[in-house]
Design a protein around this ligand. Sequence first.
Ligand SMILES: Nc1ncnc2c1ncn2[C@@H]1O[C@H](COP(=O)(O)OP(=O)(O)O)[C@@H](O)[C@H]1O
Ligand SMILES: [Mg+2]
Length: 367
Amino acid sequence: MSIAEVKEIIKKFMAEGEYVGAAPFGSGHINHTFLVNMKREDGSTVDYVLQRINKNVFKSPEKLMENYVAVTRFIREKIEKMGGDPMREVINVIPTVDGGYFAIDSEGEYWRLLVYVTDSLSYDKVERPEQFYESAVAFGNFQYMLRDYPAQTLHETIVNFHNTPDRYRQLMEAVENNAAGRLSEVEAEVEFARARFDFAHTLENAHSEGRLPLRVTHNDTKLNNILFDINTGAPLCVVDLDTIMPGYSVNDFGDSIRFGATTALEDERDLSLVNFDLSLYELYVKGFIEGAKGGLTEGELEMLPIGAIMMTFECGMRFLADYLNGDTYFRVHREGHNLDRARNQFKLVSDMEAHLDEMRAIVKKYS
Ligand SMILES: Nc1ncnc2c1ncn2[C@@H]1O[C@H](COP(=O)(O)OP(=O)(O)O)[C@@H](O)[C@H]1O
Ligand SMILES: [Mg+2]
């Protein structure tokens, strides 16, 4: 993508001012992001964030943008009512000149234009435990702002994304097919999954029994998807809303615990180094519950620890299924990489299961 093309595509949006320049921006890995500088007639400047939506990852950009616009508008109205700053505490989508929310270029690529959140920054990785806590506050607050959003009206842009029974079914299909002839190597891991067949249904059952509400979930709760205020250091808003979907709050929570409250990287092979970090878990619980400001139901609070185990179990099953299928989905960098990842996740599952009582007590403490 060249800067000249940026200059062309920007004309399709209701942006203020004349184009001055653009440069690649941020360190996201999914979309192509540019910071675009514009100049108004009075000489003042205004910046925008221009993003090319990754069509390989997101198959229906139209539905994605419908979700995106509906949810950000809803949050915007709340912020206005609460007397906050609607230009900085939520992402604002700039419409196109013909009233849409994305533009398509000559190559069929989809683009969107966002208001640049001034005086903000994001962090690529957690360097201090407080950042993990702050990300919990930000995603807890996201749940708070959307606590009365009719989540069932959103498109499920990735079908069955966190449907754990379906992930289980896919794993068993991979076992059945044994496409890469690797089944004999992974009997213990398959057994581990089979032993948790009932567990896999816990959240779905709770939902159908009315104990777990459908919510708007973010599904990519990484630290660098939060913008912080440069001046106060406090979280301002959540970005990267491509994967907002109907789901369970405990899954957003759980995925954060899965990747954030562990003592090792996701593909560490020495399992003695892979442990569940209860103190990081506690920090996240505290932040998430504080951020949600009473917006979570009793059922949700009760199932937070289950969400953590569920997301970790599900992820392990996905790695294991991919290993059996011959590494067709996750990129691998070495022989057995997906199997290492599966074992790593299952080790964490066991560790969490062993600490379930403590995990529950910690939720109680902050509820
Ligand atoms: N509206 C915005 N204002 C300021 N910075 C932004 C805005 N949107 C995105 N960013 C920055 O750009 C980075 C990449 O954007 P993101 O939407 O997360 O793309 P990706 O899907 O590629 O991760 C973010 O981590 C954030 O630092
Ligand atoms: Mg991102």
